[in-house]
Each structure stands twice: as C-alpha cells, then as structure tokens.
Design a protein around this ligand. Structure first.
Ligand code: TYD
Ligand code: MG
Length: 455
C-alpha cells in the first residue's frame, strides 16, 4: 500500500490549516497557536470509487419516516437537567468545557451519584483512581455499579464499552485521550477531532450517552474544544469566577433543547449544591442605603434573576480616568457614560469608574442599562437609591428608556422577593396584565425623568 506522510500546521484554537508555520492565525487572530501535525495520506483510499449499483443507500420522503420521541435519562440534578432540556438524550454526546479547577469532575461524580440505578463508566486520563476515590469520599459518594477506567487509548476504551455495555460514559478529559494510529500527541487538534469522532460513533451505535470533559484555556495554547463544538450534540460551559463560589452551567449549543438555559450551583466543602432561587443568592449580601448600589433584573435562560449593580465613582489621581468593569462589557459602560454626559450634564472625564455585578455573574442583557446609569449617578453624587426599588430598562443613545422583554416575569420575581417599587420602560406598561399587585409599577420614558424620580 502506498502511503505518503506530510506535515501541516494547525491552529490549536480554531483548526485553521496552513502549510507553513505562522505566528498569528488569520482565522481566529490568536498568536502562537500553530503546531505541526503529521498527516498520512493513503493513496489507495483516495482512488476509492463508490459502486453506485451495489450501494444500498436510498433517499426517503419525510412522511415515510416514523417520528420517535427521544429517550431521556433524567439525572434528577434539576439544574443540570434543565440546561440539557430535560435530561440526557440516549446516544447523545455532550461536551462540558470549562477552566481547569472549576468543578467539572465534581459535577460528573455528582451526576453519577444521582443516577445510582445506572451502570456508569468513568474514563479518567487526568487523575488516578485513588484521587477519584478521595473526591468521592469528600462528596459522600456511595453507590454501586460505578466503574473507573484509567485509560487514555481510545481503542481500548471502545473495546471496554462494547464489552461492558455501560448506561452512561464520562471521558475526563478529551485532552488526555488519543488514538494510537495518529502520530500527533494527545491534545492536538487532530487527536481531539478524531477522538471525538470515534466517541460520537460509539454513542450513536450503542445508544449510550457520552459526557466529554474538555478544558478551555484563555490564551489558547492548549487546544480549546472550539473545533469540537460543531461535532457534538450539546455544548455546555461550566463557568464562574474562581474567587466566588457560584458556578454557572450554560448551554452554548443544544440539538435537543434551548440554548438560553442556565443552571446555577454553589461549590461547597462537600460538592456542588444546586441553587434553585438565584435571586436570593445574588442579593444575599445587599447593601442597604449605600450609594452606587441599584437592584435590577436579568433573564438567564427562562428565569429572571435579580442582581445588584454596584458603581464606584472616584476622582482620578492620575491623568487618565480608569474604567473598570466586572460582569458587564466595558463598551457598554463607555456608551452609558457618554449618555450620562450628554443628557444629564454629568462630566465624568476626571473620575475613575468601577462597575461590578455583585456575586460574580456576567450579564449581557440590555435590560440593566438604566440601572447602570442610575448607579453611576448615585455614586457620583453620593446619594443612595431606595433599596426597595428595582430598576429596569434598556438605555438608548438619546437617553430614552427602551422596551425590554419578559416584563411580566421580572415584575413577579421582584414582587415575590418583597420589593415595593419597580421602575420599567413606559412602553412596557401597555402589555401588562391588569391584576392587583403588591408592588408599585412606575413607567419611565427618559433617563432624566428616572433620575429625578429617584433623587
Ligand atoms: P474539580 O472538579 O476537580 O475541577 P475540574 O475537574 O473542573 O478541574 O474541582 C476543583 C475544585 O473544586 C478544587 O479546587 C477543589 C474544589 N472542591 C470543593 O471546593 N469542594 C468539593 O467538595 C470538591 C470535590 C472540590
Ligand atoms: Mg477534572
């Protein structure tokens, strides 16, 4: 058999292929992400023609295909099931990505604990069985039918799966597994891609759901699971600030459900605890009567959560004013500052501004714009905002307060948590259900009007 080897350079972040080494990837614009990988091309294979007459492949009309409800395994870890869209679909492949140390392995063990009636196979390439046992002890893990396989050669893993027929398989992590036929080292793009393809094949042919753990690093030096996202059925991100104990499980891609669900957990001494009422958590250490603190609401998935926006405006001690944000986009802050200057005559060019969403959540929704503007104003003037008031609304460049989505749900959440007043965009008033409420609802049209109402 004639086969040729050639080498090519592959971006370890996005999979871009180049015949030569280059410093900066033209596709994803990351630096130093190219690694040489050897490719074998099989000349014989190239010439393979399909014998059309002998082929049994046929086309089908969509009517002739029987509909099937997908079989789901519920993990009873509600936060996890909801993000998946109601449990693990049989034969599906789920990629769980996240920074090292965020709690992915812990989550996998807790899923196993919850599914105590299922035969569970935990393939580990990162930790020894003893280390897993130690973690299990910490979690009070106590179940039968849980098998650990310390193996990184996927051909062996495949053989074991076929032999033992587990109900669920975890691969921890995809960066450590390899296929021996490929020459590149584990963790390179070709290994990741081929390993994942093989795992997908196993899942589809056996009906066993496979959970794949993958590390993401911010600088992209180790292959990120980005390339794998196209291949698998579901992509989840497990994220959170290392300094905070809250962890958010976010769905990035889901062939069987919605992608805007999140699950919230708290990392405790003995494992992850589900957080079923997020608002209470994010408001648990509220600052009553402090200037710069404003309560607002964001929708995460289908649930509204109330959050505290905190601004600190101080005089700049060096020539150039600092703008620092945590939990929101820095560009958004700059726009809001510009609107405050233009519409309220608030000159902030000699002030540092620090903005934070308490609790370490990230919010990208525009519904908190108005609250951000008010919090900056409140800190600048050192006037506290009533802590019983929730402020909602998107801020337009003309200082207008624009309509937001899911208003009814947000009002209900604020009411449920005992807030007295809620300020919402005036246009949102039109579509409100007319019912008796304990919370006072005030509609506003302009930023200026909102500020004068509050101060
Ligand atoms: P781990 O699941 O090993 O993270 P990953 O697999 O994503 O790398 O968890 C790592 C951190 O979680 C570790 O620093 C210790 C902490 N942890 C707890 O705080 N409580 C616990 O019960 C467990 C098991 C871990
Ligand atoms: Mg781990």
């Amino acid at each position: 058999m004639s086969s040729k080897t050639k080498s090519q350079y592959i971006c370890q972040n996005c999979g871009y292929i180049s015949p030569r080494w280059i410093g900066k990837c033209p596709e994803c614009e990351n630096w130093n992400t190219f690694i040489e990988e050897i490719i074998h091309t099989d000349e014989k294979k190239k010439d393979k023609r399909i014998d059309l007459k002998a082929s049994s492949t046929e086309i089908h009309t969509i009517r002739s295909i029987e509909s099937k409800r997908e079989l789901r395994i519920e993990t009873k870890l509600e936060e996890f099931d909801r993000v998946l869209g109601g449990g693990l679909v049989s034969g599906s492949v789920v990629l769980i990505g996240g920074d090292p140390g965020i709690g992915k392995s812990t989550l996998m063990l807790q899923i196993a604990e919850n599914l105590s009636d299922k035969k569970f196979l935990y393939v580990t390439g990162e930790e020894s069985p003893v280390q897993i046992k130690m973690r299990a002890d910490r979690l009070n893990f106590n179940r039968d039918n849980f098998f650990i396989l310390p193996e990184t050669d996927l051909d062996i893993v495949q053989a074991i799966i076929y032999k033992n027929n587990p109900d669920i398989v975890v691969i921890d992590s995809i960066q450590t597994t390899y296929i021996s036929q490929l020459e590149s080292t584990p963790g390179t793009i070709s290994q990741l891609r081929e390993s994942t393809a093989l795992l997908i094949n196993i899942a589809k042919s056996t009906g066993t759901p496979i959970l794949i753990v993958g590390h993401i690093t911010k600088d992209g030096t180790i292959a990120g699971p980005k390339v794998l996202e196209h291949m698998v059925d579901v992509v989840l991100h497990f994220e959170g600030e290392r300094t905070h104990n809250y962890r958010i499980l976010r769905s990035i891609k889901n062939r069987f459900g919605s992608t805007n669900e999140i699950g919230i957990f708290e990392m405790t001494e003995n494992g992850l605890r589900e957080v079923k009422n997020p608002s209470e958590v994010f408001l648990s250490q509220r600052n009553y009567g402090a200037s710069g603190c404003v309560i607002s609401s964001a929708i995460e998935g289908t649930r509204p959560i109330l959050i505290e926006v905190q601004a600190l405006v101080t005089e700049t001690s060096y020539g150039f004013p600092q703008r620092t944000t945590m939990g929101i986009d820095a560009k958004k802050l700059n726009i809001i500052i510009a609107v405050l200057e233009k519409k309220l005559g608030l000159y902030l060019n000699k002030h540092d501004i620090f903005l934070n969403i308490a609790g370490g959540v990230k919010i990208s929704e525009p519904s908190i714009d108005l609250a951000i503007a008010v919090s900056i104003f409140s800190s600048f003037r050192d006037i506290p905002i009533d802590s019983e008031t929730v402020i909602l609304g998107e801020l337009g460049l003309a200082g207008e307060v624009r309509t937001i989505s899911n208003i009814e749900r947000r009002i209900n959440e604020a009411e449920k948590l005992g807030f007295k007043r809620i300020i919402i965009p005036r246009n949102n008033l039109k579509n409100l259900q007319s019912k008796k409420r304990k919370i006072e609802i005030i509609g506003v049209e302009k930023l200026k009007e909102t500020v004068s109402l509050l101060i």
